[in-house]
Design a protein. Structure first.
Lengths: 343, 343
DNA sequence: GTTAGCACTCTATCAGTTCGAGTGCTAAGA
DNA sequence: TCTTAGCACTCGAACTGATAGAGTGCTAAC
C-alpha cells in the first residue's frame, strides 16, 4: 500500500523521467512544485518505493527510474488526461479537409500525421478487406495468353490479379464467365469468395464454356492469395530519434519486427476493445521489450474496423498519447462512418 | 602516372579494405600473395599513391584507406569481373519459377532477393506507368453518391480511384459515359489521358448526358494525380548492418532520403544507359556522401523500362555487385520481354 | 632500385585520480 | 513518531599519465 505522499512522489518521478530521460534524484524532486518534504524524507520514500518494486536504480548511487511495475501503476492510477491541443486537432482534421474519398488514403495519411505529432512510430490497421462484399467482378483480356481479373468491393476497394488463359480462348467465353461470376458472386464477402466460387459457379461454367477447366483453374489460383496489405506505418524512422534507443543491433531487431507484416498480430492486440497499453515485456515480442505500445480500435458504423497503435520507448509520453489516440479513434470512427453511411 | 607495382598495391589495398573495413598497413600488404616487395618498399609506394591522391590516412601513423579518387580509379581500371555464383543465380531465378505474372510482383521480389544476396539496400524502379496504354476504362457505382473509376492498361496494371457522383444520377448515364470513354480513350497512354479526356470526350458527353458537368469534373479530378509508386525497395534496414554507418544521425538522414519518394530522381540517374557507379560525393545528395550507388537499367523489348540500384557504403563490394547487377539486368529484361511478347 | 633498421608518431587501453551527484544512515529536533 | 540536517560512502564520468603496439618516414647499406 502506498501513502498519498508516495503516490505523489511516484507520479512526479515518472513524469520527470519521461520528460528528461535522466534518472531522478531526491534533490531534484524536492525542488518540484507540489512537493514540500525535504530531500532526506524523499530519499526515505524513494527507498520504500524501490523496495516495493515501483522504482529502480541504474547503479548504487544513481537517481531512480521507473520500473515496469512503476510505469504500469502510473498508467493505471496516476494518469490525468490532457485535452488535445487545438493545433494538433487542426492538423489531424486536415486529412478530411481535402476531398479524399478512399478509406485507405485517409488511414495512410492519418498514420503520417500521428507519427509527426508524436515523434513515435504509428501503425494503423485498416478494415479487414476480407470482410468486404463483392460489388462487381470483371475480366479484361490483355493478350492472347493473359488476362487480368478485377474485383470491386462495396467499400470501393479494388483487387486485381493477372492470370494466364488458354491462348486460343474464344472471347465470348470470357464474357460468359464474367456474367456467371457476377450473377452468382455479387454480395459474397472476399472471405467466402474462394469457397463460393467452387460451389456456385463451377457447375454452371462447365455447362456453358467449352474449355472451362484451365480457365477456371488459373482464375481460382489468382484469387487464392489475398494480399492483406491493410497495414499502414507512419514515422518508421522515428525510433532513431529516441535517445532511449542507441544500440544499433536492438534498433535493427525492432525495425525488422515492425517491417515484417507477419508480426502485426503480436504487436496489435486485435479484437481488443478500447484503449490498451502494453509496457515493456508485456509485449508479446522479445524485440519489443524496451518499447511500449498504446493501441485503440476504431469502428465504422457498429462494426470494429481497425486499430491504431503508437510504438515508442517505455519512457513514452503516456498522457499525451492516450488523449491523442482517444481523440483520433473517435474522429476516425465518425468520419469513416459518415463516408460509408452515404451508401 | 602509376607503375605496374603501384597499380597492384592500389588494387590489393582497396580489395583488402573492402573486405576488412580496417586501414591497411605495409606489413599486412607485404604478406599478400602476389606481392613480392618488402614492407619498406611498399611504404614508399604507399606514400607515392597517397601523394597522388589515391589513398588517405586516418591519422599520421595509421594504415591507408582508399580516397574517393582511389575508389574511382579502382572501379574504372582495376575491377576484374567475377562470374555470378550458381547459388545466387538459383535464388534470383526463383522469382520466375513461381508463376508470377505481374511485372510489379516480379520487380518487388527481385528487390527483396537482391538485398538479401548483397546485404545492401536495393532500389528497383519499375516501368513508368504513365507510358502504359489504356486497355479498358470502367466505372462502378458504389453508393448513390460514390463510384470507383478503374483503368486497366495493356501491361495488366490496374489504376483505381474513388470519386463522388451526383447522388441522383441516372445509372444509364454512367453507362453512356463509360461507353464514350472507352470508345475514345482506348489506346491512349496514361500520360496523355488527362489531356485527351478533355479534348476527345467532353463534347460527346455534353451531347449525351444531362448533367455531365459535375460528373465529368470529379471524374477528371480523380484521374489527376497519377500515383507514381513504381519504386520498390529491398533491405532498407541493411544499412544498419554496415559497420561503416555508426552515426545514428547520419543513418537517419540517409534512410529519410531513401524513404521519401521525391529524391528518387537524384539517387537514380534516370535515362542513363548501362551500368553506372557513383561514389561518395559523386552522388547528388549530401546525405549520400558516404555511400556508393551502382545502377543499371533494364528493358522490355526495345524500350528502357526501369532501373536497378544498389546502395551501400563507399567500401562496397564493387566487383560482386557489378557482376550481379549485370546478370540481373539481363535476366529481368529477358524475362519481362518474354512475358510481354506474349501479347 | 630495394630493403633492413631505427626513431618517431599516433591510437588504444588501462590504472589512478578527482569531482560531483546521489544515496543510506544516524542522531537531533518537532 | 515523523521529519530533517549532516555526514560518510558509493559510483560514474571525466581527466591524466603511462605503456604497448601498429604503422610511418627516413637513412644508410646492399
Amino acid at each position: 500500500m502506498l501513502t498519498e505522499r508516495q503516490l505523489l512522489i511516484l507520479k512526479v518521478t515518472v513524469d520527470d523521467y519521461i520528460q528528461s530521460a535522466q534518472p531522478v534524484g531526491s534533490n531534484q524532486l524536492a525542488k518540484k512544485p507540489g512537493i514540500t518534504s525535504s530531500s532526506a524524507t524523499i530519499r526515505n520514500e524513494l527507498a520504500e518505493l524501490e523496495g516495493q518494486g515501483y522504482l529502480e536504480k541504474t547503479h548504487t548511487s544513481s537517481g531512480r527510474i521507473p520500473s515496469q511495475k512503476g510505469y504500469r501503476y502510473y498508467v493505471d492510477h496516476l494518469l490525468t488526461p490532457n485535452p488535445v491541443p487545438q493545433q494538433d486537432i487542426v492538423q489531424l482534421r486536415s486529412v478530411f479537409e481535402e476531398k479524399v474519398n478512399e478509406t485507405e488514403e485517409i488511414i495512410k495519411r492519418s498514420a503520417g500525421i500521428l507519427s509527426e505529432l508524436t515523434n513515435y512510430t504509428s501503425i494503423l490497421l485498416g478494415p479487414d478487406i476480407r470482410k468486404h462484399i463483392v460489388k462487381k467482378l470483371s475480366i479484361v483480356p490483355l493478350s492472347p495468353g493473359m488476362a487480368v481479373a478485377i474485383i470491386v468491393t462495396d467499400s470501393g476497394h479494388v483487387e486485381n490479379r493477372v492470370f494466364s488463359i488458354p491462348p486460343d480462348l474464344d472471347p465470348s467465353d470470357i464474357e460468359k464467365m464474367v456474367n456467371i461470376l457476377n450473377e452468382r458472386l455479387i454480395g459474397v464477402s472476399l472471405y467466402d469468395l474462394h469457397k463460393r466460387l467452387e460451389q456456385e459457379t463451377l457447375a454452371l461454367l462447365r455447362q456453358h464454356i467449352e474449355r472451362y477447366g484451365e480457365l477456371f483453374r488459373t482464375f481460382k489460383q489468382a484469387l487464392l492469395l489475398p494480399r492483406a496489405d491493410n497495414v499502414y506505418y507512419g514515422g518508421k524512422l522515428n525510433i532513431l530519434k529516441q535517445p532511449d534507443f542507441h544500440d544499433i543491433q536492438k534498433i535493427r531487431e525492432l525495425m525488422n519486427v515492425m517491417e515484417e507484416g507477419k508480426h502485426i498480430p503480436e504487436i496489435l492486440p486485435i479484437g481488443a476493445q478500447g484503449l490498451q497499453i502494453r509496457i515493456g515485456s508485456e509485449n508479446a515480442l522479445a524485440a519489443m521489450e524496451d518499447c511500449s505500445v498504446i493501441t485503440v480500435s476504431y469502428d465504422i458504423g457498429d462494426e470494429q474496423m481497425g486499430s491504431i497503435a503508437i510504438v515508442g520507448p517505455k519512457r513514452m509520453d503516456y498522457r499525451r498519447i492516450v488523449s491523442l489516440l482517444d481523440y483520433v479513434s473517435g474522429d476516425l470512427s465518425k468520419e469513416l462512418t459518415r463516408l460509408f453511411q452515404g451508401k
